[in-house]
Design a protein around this ligand. Sequence first.
Ligand code: NCD
Ligand code: ZN
Length: 359
Amino acid sequence: MIKLPGLIDPHVHVREPGQTHKEDWDSVTQAALAGGVTMILAMPNTKPPIFDEATLDLALDAAKQKARCDYAQFLGAGPDNADIVSSLAPKAAGLKMYLDSTFGELRLDDMTLWIPHFQTYPKEYPIVLHSESRTMAAGILFAAIYDRPIHIAHVSLKEEILLIKAAKEKGIKVTCEVCPHHLFMVSQVSDNERGKKKEGQMEVRPRLAKQEDVDALWANLNVIDCFATDHAPHTLAEKDSDNPPPGFPGLETLLPLLLTAVDLGRLTLDDLIQKSVVNPRNIFHLPEQSETWIEVDENATYEIRAAEQFSKCGWTPFEGWQVKGRVKRVVLRGKTAFEDGKILVEQGYGRNVRALEME
Ligand code: NCD
Ligand code: ZN
């Protein structure tokens, strides 16, 4: 049995308010605890999106009643809310900017709309960018011009990780995260087949990339600051529909997949702790969770099964994958929150880490 600190997942789509048939603050925090994650940062592309005080309260009220692990909520950058979100910054995980089209309504197509956010959002909190390929390069240029920290979400391409590496070497304040599905899965669809074949369940943004890209992520592990799930649950019926929404669940598969990589010598346990606890805490200025740890049976070998998961979405892209390493027990702020497959803390036990100092 090994003991690790509780993991922090800086990229989770909770789906509440608005789409609680996919997930809600109760189910998502159960999934987190079962996965060894004791703190989640929630994305703002809900319905409605979280972009002002009233919508922030909507999310935080639901979280306060239902969350079983600790959390903070991101604000979304819209076309005309720069002053509003910057005044709310101390209550939020950070600011999320969607610079490429994806699932949800928060869009900033025109670069003039980026400027007020880069100028105004307090520099002690990072701006998180959903920005792929050349858009990411534009985001890094903005970080340099406005001399402020940015955090690149879900890096998936060789060209992206190489540019981030070069930007870091120049002293630009950029950090980044990578998702397990981009580390462990390769696209089965070639560029000229795209759009012809129905990808359905495999739809995700950023898309699964080529072997060359996956190899580049592994070759540049030292450039990757955080592991993040981008837990983005949609139901199987939605994924199998004619217009499948992009997104994979990930909270319950994160640690088993990473521990399997540790077992195979692809990653060290220290890398895992740095990228899943220490770095996210430092980048987002999150408090330490006292008396919080997870106990893992590092020798337990088993197959991933969606049927055993707490997420409401009912499926996983890793169904049937053989992994080594099982979360046995999670202790959160002195209380056993999960043990032997059972959630043991009530709804409302989770705390907003931006609302109070942790003791
Ligand atoms: C996310 C979702 O479903 O909210 N989907 C995804 O494929 N990652 C949106 C996002 O993070 O871009
Ligand atoms: Zn996301």
